[in-house]
Design a protein around this ligand. Sequence first.
Ligand SMILES: CC(C)(COP(=O)(O)OP(=O)(O)OC[C@H]1O[C@@H](n2cnc3c(N)ncnc32)[C@H](O)[C@@H]1OP(=O)(O)O)[C@@H](O)C(=O)NCCC(=O)NCCS
Length: 293
Amino acid sequence: MSDREDVWSIFHAVVSTGDTYAFAPDTSVAVAADYFVGSEMVAFVAEVDGRVVGMYKLIPNRRDLGAHVANASFMVHPEAAGRGIGRALGDHCLRQARVRGFAAMQFNFVVSTNTRGVALWQSLGFVVMATLPNAFRHQRHGLVDAYVMFRSLDDIVPVFGAARPDISPIARPSAYALIYDEQRRVAVVRAGGGILLPGGGIDDGETPEEAAVRESAEECALEIRVVGPRGRAVQFVHARETKDCFEKHSTFFEATPVSTRQGVIPDHSWQWLSPAAAQWALTYPSHRWALNT
Ligand SMILES: CC(C)(COP(=O)(O)OP(=O)(O)OC[C@H]1O[C@@H](n2cnc3c(N)ncnc32)[C@H](O)[C@@H]1OP(=O)(O)O)[C@@H](O)C(=O)NCCC(=O)NCCS
C-alpha cells in the first residue's frame, strides 16, 4: 500500500466508528485529503515496518492575530492503538509547533468520552479550558460533551536537525548570547562552523549564563550584562572532518554590551547585523529560532 492509501485507511477506520471526530462515518476520500494535506498545514506520519500507522497535522488555530496558537489533529490506526504511537506523535507535534514559532496549542473539540485521547493530552500538559455541553452526537451514546483543551509551549524545548541512525551523538551543553546594541543590531561571529551567535560549550563548574559571558568576552572582546533568558533548544551538528555528531543543548540569553575589553583581541571576527540580516546569515536553525523568540 502507498502512504496515501495508508493515510486514507487510517482516516476511514477512525471516523467510521463515529466516536471521536465530527466527520460523518461515510466521509469521502476527497474531504479526508483536504483535511490532512490541505494548504497552510504540515503533516507527519508514524511508520512501523514501512507502513504508516498514525498521523497528525499541524496548523495555525486561527488566522492573523490568532495564528501564534497552533491546532493539531491526530489519528492512529485502531489496530496499532495503545502501543505508544499517539504519545510519540503528540510529543513530536509539540516540538514541531515550538520549532515553527507557535506559542501555544489549542484543541477545539475533544470528545469527552474519548478517554484515551483526553488522558493522553492531559499527560502531555493540556488542560480542559471549557466544556461544550452536548456538542457531539456520539454514534452510540447520543449527545455528549466536548472539551476545549489548551497548553502553552513555553516549556517545550525544540529540536533542530537529527543524528544519523548509525551515529551516537555526543551531548554538548552550550550557551549563547543575543547581544543587542543601541540600534537593536545583534552581534554575530564567524567561526569554523559558520556564522553563529557568540557562545559555545559550557565548561565544568560554569553556569550557562557564565559561559555566555565568558564566550562573548573571548570571541568579541565584549563585556556583557545578561538581561534575561531567551529559551532553550537542541541542535544536532555533524562535524565535517571527524564525522562526529554533537547534540548541542543550547541555552540562549539576551544581553547588552557594557564595554569593550581593553587590550583584548577577539579570537573570532565578528560584526553587528540587523535582525533581518542575522536571520538570513546565521548558520544554525536553532540560532535563527532564538533570534525570533
Ligand atoms: C487518541 C489516539 C491518538 C491515541 O493514540 P495511541 O497510539 O492509541 O495512544 P498511546 O498508545 O500513545 O497511549 C497514550 C495514552 O493514552 C492512554 N491510554 C492508552 N490506552 C488507553 C485505554 N485503553 N483507555 C484509556 N486510556 C488509554 C494512556 O494515558 C496512554 O498513556 P501511557 O503512555 O502513559 O500509557 C488514538 O487512539 C486515536 O487515533 N484515536 C482515534 C482518533 C482520536 O481520538 N484522535 C484524537 C482526537 S482529540
